[in-house]
Design a protein around this ligand. Structure first.
Ligand code: A3P
Length: 298
């Protein structure tokens, strides 16, 4: 996709960040070099044992970071910030400065990203093809969580307008990392690739034990029953919420709320008007018809 003007004012009221277009994807300018991130992606050499956790923000990527890290560490827990244990690939601007340089980190590299399928680094051959764990969540819950995040937590971006306008931007693909529909469908098309595991937040909520088993098998790291049960317990919402040091975010008023907010399915009902719900149905959910992708909403 042709590059657009790399830095533009974002529509709406993002307080602190302008938009950079990276291969056509809206990203917060604070995270990326002006145009250098495209080059960073192009030059990034994947390794066969790399694992990327992928999803549009607020879909459960932090949850997957923790689960994956624990699978690789035999069910250990840690209060070390999750971003140090499973690095955020999209924060390229900080890599090599306040963050270790991901390009030289030892294997296996566990990374998190919000990139859509077309921009994610891919190995040039089977010998360098890495693994991707994608997590999708119903868009009504994503937009509520995303709005709460941007208006209350996000220190670098920050949004100060009303929810209705944020939801409009989200429907139009104008929030950071772009259109929910394109993102999810772009990855869904690759769900049967042997190096892609496509998961749904709602399935993790419904039956974490079977989902952790699936993830461990996909990673080639089968778990004993004891470790499996430990990970399931440690990665429940309540247990992770206790480990606030690992997931804190500096807020705009410098308080430290937990990054984990409610962790529920269906919380959107408290925030949506019937009209907005109908818009999500027509703009997003009806367009999933025929794709085989469905979400639980209640
Ligand atoms: P809510 O704001 O609805 O609570 P991401 O990490 O991709 O940005 O996603 C954040 C969302 O995942 C937040 O949703 C957060 O609470 C939820 N989450 C994180 N850990 C979770 C867990 N163990 N169980 C359920 N939800 C979790």
């Amino acid at each position: 996709m042709a590059s657009q003007d790399p830095i533009q004012e974002v529509e709406g009221d993002y307080r602190n960040s302008k938009t950079s277009f990276v291969k056509g994807v809206r990203m917060p300018s604070v995270y990326v070099y002006k145009t250098g991130f495209e080059e960073f992606i192009d030059k990034f050499q994947t390794r066969i044992d790399d694992v990327f956790i992928v999803g549009i923000p607020r879909s459960g990527t932090t949850w997957l970071q923790e689960i994956t890290w624990q699978i690789y560490n035999g069910g250990k827990t840690s209060s070390e910030p999750i971003g140090h244990r499973v690095q955020f690939f999209d924060e390229a601007k900080y890599l090599g400065t306040t963050q270790p340089d991901i390009t030289t980190q030892p294997s296996p590299r566990l990374m998190k990203t919000h990139q859509p399928y077309h921009t994610i680094p891919k190995g040039a051959s089977d010998a360098t093809a890495c693994k991707y764990i994608y997590v999708a969540r119903n868009p009504k819950d994503v937009v509520v969580s995303y709005y709460k995040f941007e208006s209350k937590m996000a220190p670098l971006t920050g949004y100060s307008g009303p929810f209705e306008f944020f939801a409009k931007m989200f429907l139009e693909g104008k929030t950071f990392w772009g259109s929910w529909l394109e993102h999810v469908l772009g990855w869904w098309e690759h769900r049967d690739d042997s190096n892609v595991l496509f998961l749904k937040y709602e399935d993790l909520k419904e039956d974490l034990l079977s989902q952790v088993t699936i993830i461990a098998d996909f990673l080639g790291k089968p778990l004993s029953e004891q470790v499996l049960k430990r990970i399931v317990k440690q990665c429940s919402f309540d247990e992770m919420a206790k480990n606030s040091e690992a997931y804190w975010m500096m807020t705009q008023d410098n308080k430290l709320p937990n990054f984990l907010r409610k962790g529920q399915v269906g919380g959107w009902k408290e925030h949506f008007t019937p009209e907005l719900s109908a818009k999500f149905e027509s703009e997003f959910l009806s367009k999933l018809e025929g794709s085989g992708l469905h979400f639980a909403f209640e």
